[in-house]
Structure formats: C-alpha cells, structure tokens
Design a protein around this ligand. Structure first.
Ligand SMILES: *Cc1c(COP(=O)(O)O)cnc(C)c1O
Length: 393
C-alpha cells in the first residue's frame, strides 16, 4: 500500500483485502480450493494466476496473502511466504535454495531444531556446513570462502542473548556472493532492521511475538519477490509447509498490537534486568539493554532495544534454580517466548537438555541459568514475584 506508512499504521492496515461485502475485520477464508466460473477460466488460472486469483490453499489463500503482505511491509521486503511453523520457514528457506555440494556457514549457537536441520538434514543431503562462533567476525571471515552459498544465524542467540553483527556478517557474505539468512525471532519484527543492515532473507517463528498469545504455530520467510516466488514458493507449495488460513487470520489480529506489545515487553525486560542486577542472590544478568552487556552498543545500533528476554543466573545449583521456579506465582514455567504471559525457562534441563555437558559449558548454559520471556503483566507485580521467588531459592 503506502510506502510512507509508519510501523503502527502498517500493522493495522497493510495487506488488507476486502470482499464484495466490505467487511471491517479481516475475513477468514477457510477454504482449501477455489471455484472457477468456466473450464477456460480454470485453464487460464493454471497458466498464470493474477494478484487476486488463487488455486489451492497450499499454494496461497486470500487470508494468508493478507498476512504475508502485512509482515513483508513491516520487514521491508518485497514479498513473504507464510509457513506452518517457524521450523518450516527455516528449513524451507535453506532447502529451497541449496543442493548437494553447496557450502553453508552457520553460527553455532542455534535453537535446537535449527541445529538439527543444519547439522543433520542438510549434511545428509550433501550440503557442507561450517560452524562458527557467531559473535566473532574473524571466524566468519575465515569460514566464508568463494563458492559459499549462504550464511545462517540467529541475530540474538538463545538463551545467552549474544548478538550477531548483521552488518558485519552480511558484508563478509556478500563479498563472495553468499546469501544472508537471518533467523530474527529474538529481535522481533518490531525491533528488526535486518534487511536494511544487509540480510537477504529474514525468517521468523510467528509462534512467538506475532501470535503473542501462545495459540498458533506459524512462520514466515521474508525476502525479495524474485527469491520468494522463484525459489521459496515452488519448494513450499509442493512440500506442504504452508500456513493455515486460520493461523494467518489469528496473526492478522495479533499484528495490530504487535508494536505496542513488543515495546511494553521490552520496557518490562529493562526494569526486571535492573531489579535482578541489584539482587544479592543473582550472580549474573544478561540483558543487551543494560549498559554493562558486552554488546550493548551493537544491540542499540542493531535493534534500538534490548529485546523482550532477560537471562540470569541464580547463585548455587540446579536445585536453587528449581526452588526459584517452583515459587513463582505470576511467571509460568514453560519453554515458549513472546507470549502475553511471562515465562520462565530452565534451559539446562529443558530446551538445551540434550547438549553434551562440555557444549553447555561452552554456550554458558549453567545449572543456575534462567531465561525469562517478559509478558504484558505489570512490571512492578513481576518484580515482586521474582523477588519473593528468589527468597525461596
Ligand atoms: C521457536 C524458534 C524457532 C522454531 O519455531 P517453531 O514455530 O516452534 O517451529 C526457530 N528459531 C528460533 C530462534 C526460535 O525461537
């Protein structure tokens, strides 16, 4: 629609399509197929489908299309393809463009399922993957070689909130013509400037902040029209990882408040990080929005925010961490993030349980480490809850 719209306006209006009824709210087209007025019209649509013409929901659907156009506008890409989950977006972005013999360089600190795709799936199909320390540009410089097809990273790592310098890595990748694929979940679409900073393809698990209320799994691949329509779409529509129209409809509703929600969560994250920093039972607080975070300046330049998650370490052992979690009254024990409800996660025994002990140490995942995903509750109530639970630890 309008290139001049600011984020909040885009989030409410961008991509809207109205039927002949002129409905106010985005309609949910819960239909698998579409009816053609004549056999000739069906033939014509299979030759070339126009902007408002659909064939089958695995290929595209009016509600899903509204969501794709809205998030593409927000991300600043020409186009987007909505997927059934964040992992369908990650695996689809990679597998649609790679073939046997190709070389990929990836950051080592990855969401467990992303690591599985890069370490297991891609290598099984003959793609060579080199892993680097994502925060160390020197390692990227050494690993990216002429012929490297793509680089992959999470712009902020889980659970230790380490940033990858998108501008720096993109310059290295582009010097050999490699595509930059950025999993941007922790940065959120609101705080992302990944495309402006050099990323070619941005993927999200929309299960997180975009849904924002812990209901639907979803994902999206944002990129140029050429990449989405020539590379991603043929792969996704034939392998079956497309988003359900019902999910797209929930996401469209959720997006109207996405900016407000992410900013409120980040405000609480900063307040909580400051409160935890002052607590005697807390040995370490990791929050990129705190001036003492080693990448504070990068976080401010890259996202203009510290984000919506805070990771911290409780003095003592796993038992102390568990006593703390079990004493929480507002924050819920779970492993998701970006939800309206504040979530506490113990990475060492859940999301990162399967990692070998020495890898946990290397990634800083200690027995006392807790990851908090800030929700929309009152920050004062949350801090009071954390403080009373720390007393129990
Ligand atoms: C959650 C997440 C994914 C996977 O998303 P799903 O929607 O659960 O498939 C991928 N990458 C990151 C960084 C995530 O946090």
């Amino acid at each position: 629609m309008s290139k001049d719209w600011k984020t909040r306006t885009q989030l409410v209006h961008e991509g809207s399509r109205r039927s002949q009824y002129g409905e106010m709210a985005e309609a949910i087209f819960l239909t698998q197929g579409f009816v053609y007025p004549t056999a000739e019209a069906a033939e014509a649509r299979f030759i070339k489908a126009g902007e408002d013409e659909f064939i089958y929901a695995r290929y595209g659907n009016p509600t899903t299309r509204m969501f794709e156009e809205r998030i593409a506008a927000l991300e600043g890409t020409e186009d987007a393809f909505a997927t059934a989950s964040g992992m369908a977006a990650v695996s689809g972005a990679l597998m649609s463009m790679l073939r046997a013999g190709d070389h990929v360089v990836s950051a080592r600190a990855l969401f467990g399922s992303c690591l599985y795709v890069l370490e297991e799936v891609l290598q099984r199909f003959g793609v060579k993957v080199t892993f680097v320390d994502g925060a160390d540009l020197e390692q990227w410089r050494k690993a990216v070689v002429p012929g490297t097809k793509a680089v992959f990273f999470e712009s902020m790592s889980n659970p230790t909130l380490e940033l990858v310098d998108i501008r720096g890595v993109s310059a290295i990748a582009h010097s050999v013509g490699a595509l930059v694929i950025c999993d941007n979940v922790f940065a959120t679409p609101v705080f992302s400037n990944a495309v402006e900073q050099g990323a070619d393809v941005v993927v999200y698990s929309t299960t997180k902040h975009v849904d924002g209320q812990g209901r639907a799994l979803g994902g999206v691949i944002c990129a140029s029209r050429e990449f989405i329509r020539k590379t991603v779409e043929p792969f996704m529509k034939h392998t079956g990882g497309s988003m359900s129209p019902f999910t797209a409809w929930m996401h469209l509703n959720g997006m109207a408040t996405l900016d407000l929600r992410c900013r409120a969560m980040a405000d609480s994250a900063l307040k909580v990080a400051e409160a935890l920093s002052a607590h005697p039972k807390v040995t370490k607080v990791i929050y990129p929005g705190l001036p003492n975070h080693p990448q504070h300046d990068l976080a401010m330049a890259q996202m203009g925010s510290g984000g919506t998650l805070v990771t911290f370490e409780i003095a003592g052992s796993k038992e102390a961490a568990f006593r703390f979690m079990n004493a929480l009254e507002i924050a819920k024990i779970s492993n998701n993030l970006g939800d309206a409800k504040t979530i506490a996660t113990h990475p060492a025994t859940t999301t990162h349980q399967r990692l070998p002990a020495e890898q946990k140490v290397a990634l800083g995942i200690t027995p006392g480490l807790i990851r908090l995903s800030l929700g929309l509750e009152d920050a004062g109530d949350l801090i009071a809850d954390l403080v009373q639970a720390l007393s129990a630890a």
